[in-house]
Design a protein around this ligand. Structure first.
Ligand code: GP9
Ligand code: MN
Length: 613
């Protein structure tokens, strides 16, 4: 009797432990403490596992349970940290990209809160108790097999009903889906749907159809700025983590980005442009600006479409006799770029093997090395009378923004010391400084006047739980209001055509998807037979842009608002793009929401229909 009770103990104890862990998990992610929901959604796979163990094992069950318990604790703990960094629930795709954890690892210490260790509390208390018990009762006897069989059948049935019902449901918002169906079932269905993608079909739509879905319109009959930069080199600079609020920002009378600010006097500056990356972060920004298509969303586009050949900016520029290159000081394998660059059709890629491992800051060689050696390569192309497109990707200003002392060039007030915001500002100031040297170099080498120089940010640097109380306070001081998500996603986009552009600020809505068509118009390059999802920001208005992964699917920016649909965590809401604040607007946002989802479907269909490399 005593022995069978002991076996029964395991069942009960681990069911309780797993329930508490999922309750904690759902509290951290959804602020939900509904135990019934945990039992109904999260627990069935674990009850099934426990019954199988009880059926099959007479020995070592405690160790098996403990391994499952430790794995589950680590798994839930990592998902909570991941969600607090990325603001979204990871899918199994993210687990297949663990070599990319460098994006987060430098920031983990900023994300962990003591309360997160509750996931491991039982290991300290319960494990020694159970081990001690195990020594007292070594003989084993299986729990009543009939009871086990009933529990087994019930849990299998509940999992199957759940999977069959949800398997073809469209996963619009992964965290809502996981909230309703359970974390494990969500992963299974995500995997199932990924494996059962519709076969590639030829697409039946045009860019005009996309424009109609967006509601975009031409500003005037004449095509402004068309071909004004014909045959010039294109130097497109992507600045790591650069947000728009830095532009013209002064702290105690000191400019944070003086070199970029100086350019504004002779550039077109788009101040109302937003990041649109998916799970592929930096590499998705590279994809967006080179294709004007939507990224895959839940996984890096460079992985999801690794085998595809994209119609792209490099490819179309090659038709106009440009030599196309990309410069990034990291290893090319990061974000699967060894596949992405051939997919995009670049002629040549420069990675760490060219830049060398000198002057490493954080992720890799410093931006100083990047710009110096990029300049050398550009000078060589120029000397060979080769017009070029150079996509240059900076890296130093990546989280956690820790700069060596000798690379700090401005003094910030004491209150910024050792804060995320302070470090962010110092690292952006560093990048601006070395960018300024690069610009000087281009001028001295005679390349500047014959080029178009465009600059934009890949995504936010200040986000989520990385920000402590002190950071939020500093941001409030900097912006003059609390730090809203509109400002988080707002990136600058600047185009300088020396001798042509004058200091012009445009606050028309745009996204990274619009960068390619805006540039091709200036270069006099036709995209006539291309399917693109962006638009030339100098000639079209009434934009509609979306962002996957970091915002729930169907969220959109239009000329007035950022709209976020209802999710498991919050009711739908809108932010005014002028005041940056939450609005009380109650009109029907459903129409544009549906159109946004349709746009993603078309972009996915198009990507699926493309030929292999
Ligand atoms: C990696 C670098 C950083 O090569 O571009 O990527 P991120 O973490 O910003 O996606
Ligand atoms: Mn990045």
């Amino acid at each position: 009797m005593e022995k069978s009770l002991r076996k029964f103990d395991y069942f009960i104890i681990f069911t309780i432990i797993f329930s508490i862990k999922f309750l904690l998990f759902r509290y951290f992610i959804y602020k939900d403490l509904n135990l019934i929901k945990v039992l109904l959604t999260e627990l069935s796979p674990f009850i099934l596992l426990i019954t199988i163990i009880e059926f099959c094992l007479n020995k070592n069950r405690l160790w098996i349970y403990s391994i499952i318990n430790i794995t589950l604790s680590g798994f839930l703990f990592s998902i909570v940290l991941y969600s607090s960094y990325f603001g979204t629930l990871p899918s199994y795709h993210d687990l297949t990209q663990l070599n990319q954890v460098g994006s987060v690892s430098g920031s983990i210490k900023l994300l962990i809160r003591p309360i997160h260790f509750l996931f491991f509390l039982d290991l300290i208390i319960i494990l020694p108790l159970l081990i001690w018990k195990n020594k007292l009762f070594t003989e084993r006897k299986t729990l009543n097999k009939v009871v086990l069989a009933i529990i087994f059948i019930l849990s299998v049935t509940s999992i199957l009903i759940n999977l069959v019902q949800a398997k073809d449901e469209k996963i619009i918002d992964s965290s809502s889906f996981a909230y309703e169906n359970g974390l494990i079932q969500y992963q299974i269905i995500e995997f199932y749907q990924g494996k059962n993608k519709e076969a590639a079909k030829t697409v039946q739509f045009t860019t005009e159809d996309v424009m109609a879905l967006k509601g975009s319109t031409r500003i005037s009959d004449t095509l402004e700025y068309f071909s004004v930069a014909k045959d010039r080199n294109l130097i497109l600079i992507q600045i790591e983590s650069m947000q728009n609020f830095l532009i013209n920002l002064e702290i105690n009378g000191v400019e944070v980005t003086p070199n970029i600010n100086k350019l504004l006097g002779e550039s077109i500056y788009f101040s109302n442009v937003y990041q649109q990356i998916g799970a592929g972060n930096t590499s998705d920004a590279e994809f967006l600006v080179n294709t004007s298509l939507y990224p895959a969303g839940k996984q890096a586009t460079s992985k999801a479409y690794a085998d595809k050949q994209f119609p792209s900016l490099p490819r179309v520029m090659k038709e106009y006799d440009y030599f196309t290159t990309t410069f990034h000081a990291d290893y090319i394998t990061y974000w699967n770029r060894q596949e992405l660059y051939p997919s995009l059709g670049f002629d040549k890629f420069y990675d760490i093997t060219y830049f060398g491992e000198e002057d490493v800051i954080g992720f890799g060689p410093s931006d100083e090395v990047l710009f110096d050696k990029t300049l050398e390569a550009l000078v060589e192309m120029d000397e060979n009378k080769q017009k070029f497109y150079a996509h240059v990707l900076s890296l130093t200003s990546h989280t956690p923004f820790e700069m060596p002392e000798d690379k700090v060039y401005i003094d910030l007030p004491e209150k910024y010391k050792d804060t995320l915001v302070g470090n962010y500002i110092l690292s952006m100031n560093y990048t601006d400084k070395v960018l300024g040297d690069f610009i000087e170099g281009l001028k001295q080498e005679g390349i500047w006047d014959n080029s178009v120089i465009a600059i934009y940010g890949d995504h936010s640097g200040l986000h989520g739980r990385l920000l402590q109380e002190v950071d939020n306070k500093l941001m409030r001081e900097i912006l003059g209001y609390g730090y809203p998500i509109v400002d988080r996603f707002n990136i600058p986009f600047i185009i300088d055509i020396p001798g042509v552009t004058k200091g012009t600020k445009i606050d028309r809505l745009g996204g990274q998807i619009d960068i390619m068509p805006t540039l091709t118009n200036l270069l006099g390059i036709s995209l006539e037979n291309h399917i693109i999802f962006g638009q030339d920001l100098l000639n079209y208005e009434n934009n509609l842009i979306g962002m996957r992964y970091y915002l729930s699917t169907g969220s959109y920016f239009d000329e007035d608002v950022l709209f976020l649909p209802t999710t498991s965590q919050r009711e739908s809401r809108t932010y005014d793009l002028v005041t940056r604040q939450l609005t009380e607007r109650k009109e029907d946002f459903n129409d544009k929401y549906k159109r946004m989802i349709q746009i993603y479907e078309l972009s996915d269909d198009y990507l699926n229909s493309l030929p292999s490399k």
